[in-house]
Write a protein that binds this ligand. Structure first.
Ligand code: C2E
Ligand code: MG
Ligand code: MG
Ligand code: MG
Length: 277
């Protein structure tokens, strides 16, 4: 089935009263055993230039192939990983998995690799140094990596985020604000963080063709980026009109099912560009 779509996990047994579906909620031991058994893998979704259709990068999206529960999407386990302190181990694993795919094909090219980062990441130099060491080992310059942090998680603790993000930026990594428009951030605090990409949340982009409010929000975010000298990406581009609209307003990059779904490593490696109509 389609691994790019969210999936409801129904747990059997252990139910008390009522015939409800339960959502599988992994604990630290489950996540550790999944790491030990190599059950995590990545799907890669291309990102293109809105103007040329050329491939500019891939976003690595984590998947869990669970021995009993099947394929579990990240929305079902990232929060548990954050709450149990396992998130750093998962981030490091994702970096290892995706670098071993990315490095032999794209190292020292103009194609970049985006990795989602959690705000609950350990806030010390050792963590950032570890990420950098992984890149150096793989022969991928830090400049080719983009770490995405959601608006909500970046603003949970803006001071801690500023500290972490500044240290990451100083190592050469690029940083992106993911799901922009869904939080209620102080723009003033947000623009003080050293981001190099604004990523418009898919809720606006998916509805752009049918909603002028959505188009206005997208346009406002892209203009903000332009006035700050920060490039914008729209995620969730599901139709040709939306891609056309993004070109008209000067949005730099696009990602979405209309362009390409997240793909397994071999299919992603064969993906080269999108033909604009
Ligand atoms: P995200 O980083 O905002 O990723 C975009 C999500 O939208 C992905 O869902 C992707 O499959 C989906 N998507 C892409 N294009 C379209 C489209 O055109 N239409 C629609 N309806 N959806 C689209 P996915 O893979 O289920 O990931 C969900 C979230 O889980 C991600 O949102 C990210 O916040 C988190 N996540 C994924 N991998 C990781 C990871 O390695 N580490 C961390 N910390 N979080 C991760
Ligand atoms: Mg993302
Ligand atoms: Mg997003
Ligand atoms: Mg999201």
């Amino acid at each position: 089935f389609d691994l790019s779509e969210p999936l409801v996990i129904t747990a059997t047994g252990g139910r008390k009263g009522g015939a409800g579906t339960q959502v599988y909620s992994p604990d630290a031991a489950d996540l550790q055993s999944a790491l030990d058994q190599d059950q995590f893998f990545a799907m890669y979704q291309p990102k293109i230039s809105c103007f040329s259709g050329d491939l500019v990068g891939f976003e690595a999206l984590m998947r869990w192939n669970h021995s009993q529960h099947g394929f579990i999407p990240p929305d079902r386990f990232i929060a548990s990983a954050e709450n149990t302190g396992m998130i750093d181990a998962l981030t490091e694993r994702m970096l290892d998995i995706s670098l071993s795919w990315f490095a032999p094909r794209y190292a020292r090219s103009s194609v970049r690799l985006s990795i989602n980062l959690s705000a609950r990441s350990r806030l010390d130099d050792a963590f950032v140094d570890k990420l950098l060491a992984r890149c150096t080992e793989a022969g991928v310059p830090a400049d080719q990596l983009i770490f995405e942090l959601t608006e909500t998680s970046a603003m949970e603790d803006p001071v801690a985020s500023l500290d972490l993000l500044t240290r990451m930026r100083m190592k050469g990594f690029h940083l992106s604000i993911d799901d922009l428009g869904t939080g209620f951030s102080s723009l003033l605090q947000l623009v003080r963080l050293p981001f190099s990409e604004l990523k418009v949340d898919k809720s606006f982009v998916i509805t752009a063709a049918s909603s002028s409010e959505s188009r206005q929000v997208i346009q406002a975010i892209v203009s903000l980026g332009q006035s700050l000298g920060i490039q914008s990406t729209a995620e969730g581009v599901e139709d040709a009109q939306t891609l056309q609209f993004l070109r008209e307003i000067g949005c730099n990059f696009a990602q979405g099912f209309h362009i390409a779904r997240p793909m397994e490593q071999d299919a992603a490696a064969n993906w080269t560009h999108f033909t604009l109509q």
